[in-house]
Design a protein around this ligand. Structure first.
Ligand code: VIB
Length: 222
């Protein structure tokens, strides 16, 4: 008893490191990622964000009190009203039009990951759902911190992916990540070892699906 978020990453240590330190992440930081790989990732990430919005809608539905309801609704509104718009603008900077995005075929890695999260939420409760979303919400913040420590990382105009790096290094994003860890820590504090095992499986599955998402970008996989 008395678990916390870091127990989840420790329980899946190898998968977690493979996600955080993936070649895609390294090449973004070094500025060496192929433009086509980044464009493929951006396009699929648009579809990912749409399903991510649905996941927040499901979390809203699964909320048990007004505090949870407000929290989930806030996330839903941010993703739909703010983040999707920012993503569309960013895609345009990379030569991807809204029409391109509208007609996009969904890659299998996108389908697998997003539907896994939604199924986990449908089957389980709000904690299952947050654990399924943690590799996304917390992982990108940890990735940003890891990139900042690597000698090969290039920041500023010399890196074509500077804007992407900036987004996840920002104080606002890092603070949102800390809030999510605090939310999880509070709820993991009083679960049983059996429940922790269940949640570890969900966290590991979602982490492996994030690895596949990076790999899909590198391989231009459909
Ligand atoms: C495959 C994939 N995984 C995680 C993220 C990061 N992300 C997406 S929505 C969101 C929360 C609101 O900022 C975060 C951190 C991504 N973009 N694509």
């Amino acid at each position: 008893m008395g678990y916390r978020f870091s127990d989840l990453t420790q329980a899946c240590h190898d998968d977690w490191r493979a996600y955080i330190e993936h070649d895609f992440v390294r090449q973004l930081a070094a500025g060496t990622l192929a433009d086509e790989a980044f464009r493929h990732y951006l396009k699929q990430d648009y579809l990912f964000l749409i399903h991510f919005g649905r996941a927040y809608a499901l979390a809203t539905y699964k909320s048990r009190d007004i505090t949870e309801l407000r929290h989930s609704l806030e996330g839903l509104k941010t993703i739909i009203d703010v983040e999707l718009g920012l993503h569309i603008d960013y895609c345009r900077e990379w030569g991807i039009s809204e029409a391109d995005l509208a007609g996009l075929p969904e890659a299998r890695a996108t389908m697998a990951y997003t539907r896994y999260v939604l199924d986990t939420g449908n089957r389980g409760d709000l904690l299952d759902m947050h654990v399924a979303l943690a590799p996304c919400l917390v992982g990108y913040g940890v990735i940003s911190q890891w990139q900042a420590e690597q000698p090969f990382t290039i920041r500023g105009d010399a890196n074509p992916f500077e804007k992407w790096l900036q987004m996840y290094a920002s104080d606002a994003f890092q603070a949102a990540m800390r809030d999510e860890i605090a939310w999880l820590d509070a709820r993991l504090a009083d679960i049983t070892p059996e429940r922790f095992e269940q949640l570890t499986t969900i966290f590991r599955d979602a982490t492996r699906l994030e690895i596949d998402f990076w790999q899909m970008g590198l391989d231009l996989a459909d």
